[in-house]
Design a protein around this ligand. Structure first.
Ligand code: CUA
Length: 165
């Protein structure tokens, strides 16, 4: 083989591997995209940003009468206030096996909304509505914990969810 021919062969070989690498890169990106779309791996996706006037949370809108309302055959929305230092309503009563959409906001400072024994764990910011969906498979009582430092009563800020049969 003359040098020119060797060079051509090497070039074709390199091109082949380059094409292969690009194809693999594409496959991996496609797989990641597919996984993101079809699986959440236990992570609750963040809801769309929804704003509310923190000064009016207690006087008007759905948060002024915090509570659980039925929105479908087996669907409920719980409007929850996280305030210094507690949650409203308390307890939050929901049925077992139903899809519960928690909508939580704060009329004052940043709080947390973490529910023991579940993967519910969201930040609650004044001016924003945090949305998280959950279906309780077991009846019983679940403690709500504030995991954002919010002031002098932070360590005593708890709530309760009662899941009924
Ligand atoms: Cu509310 Cu810490």
């Amino acid at each position: 083989m003359d040098e020119h021919r060797v060079h051509k062969v090497v070039l074709a070989y390199e091109r082949g591997w380059l094409a292969f690498s690009l194809a693999m890169l594409f496959v991996f990106i496609a797989l990641i995209a597919y996984t993101l779309v079809t699986h959440t791996a236990g992570v609750i996706p963040a809801g769309a940003l929804e704003r509310v006037d923190p000064a009016k949370v207690r006087v008007e809108g759905p948060f002024a009468q915090p509570g659980v309302i039925q929105t479908g055959p087996n669907q409920y929305t719980a409007y929850v206030q996280a305030f210094t230092f507690g949650y409203l309503p308390n307890p939050i009563e929901v049925p077992k096996g139903a899809e519960i959409t928690f909508k939580i906001t704060s009329p004052d400072v940043i709080h947390g909304f973490q529910v023991e024994g579940t993967n519910i764990n969201v930040e609650v910011l004044p001016g924003e509505v945090s949305t998280v969906k959950y279906t309780f498979k077991k009846a019983g009582e679940y403690r709500i914990i504030c995991n954002q430092y919010c002031g002098i009563g932070h360590q005593n800020m708890f709530g309760k969810i009662v899941v009924k049969e």
